[in-house]
Design a protein around this ligand. Sequence first.
Ligand code: THU
Length: 130
Amino acid sequence: MNLRDAATAVRENAHAPYSNFKVGAAIRAASGTIYVGCNVENVAYPEGTCAEAGAIAAMVAAGETRLEAAYVIADCPAPIPPCGGCRQKLAEFGGADAHVTLATTDGTERETTIGDLLPGAFGADHMERS
Ligand code: THU
C-alpha cells in the first residue's frame, strides 16, 4: 500500500464527533514500513490527538525513530496544513528535507518538506551552550 492509500483508509477510522473533521496520516519510516494514525477526539476537548501524532506514536512504538516521508489528508478546501504542534512532532523524527504531501479528499495535493513547514525549527542544538 502507498502512503496516500494508507492515509485515506485510516482517515475513515478517525474519532471526530466534536469537530466532524476527520484527518488521516501515514508516514514511511527508514525501514520502509508505513505507519498510520487518525485524529482521536475526546469530550474533554483539549485531550484530543492529531492524526500525525498517532502515526508518529505508532512508528515509535514499533521501535523506529526515522521518518522519511509523510502524507496527511482531510476533507478541506485546500490541502490540510498540519497544526503547529504536529510540525514540531514531524521535525523531531524527520530531516528538513523529508518529503510531506498535504492533500484534500478531492485529490488536490501540495508537496512540501518538513523544513518548509517549520522554518527556524527549535532543535536539540538550541539547548547547548558552547
Ligand atoms: N487535526 C489533525 O488531526 N491534524 C492537523 O494537523 C490539524 C488538525 C485534527 C484535530 C481535531 O481533531 C480536528 O482536526 C479539528 O481541529
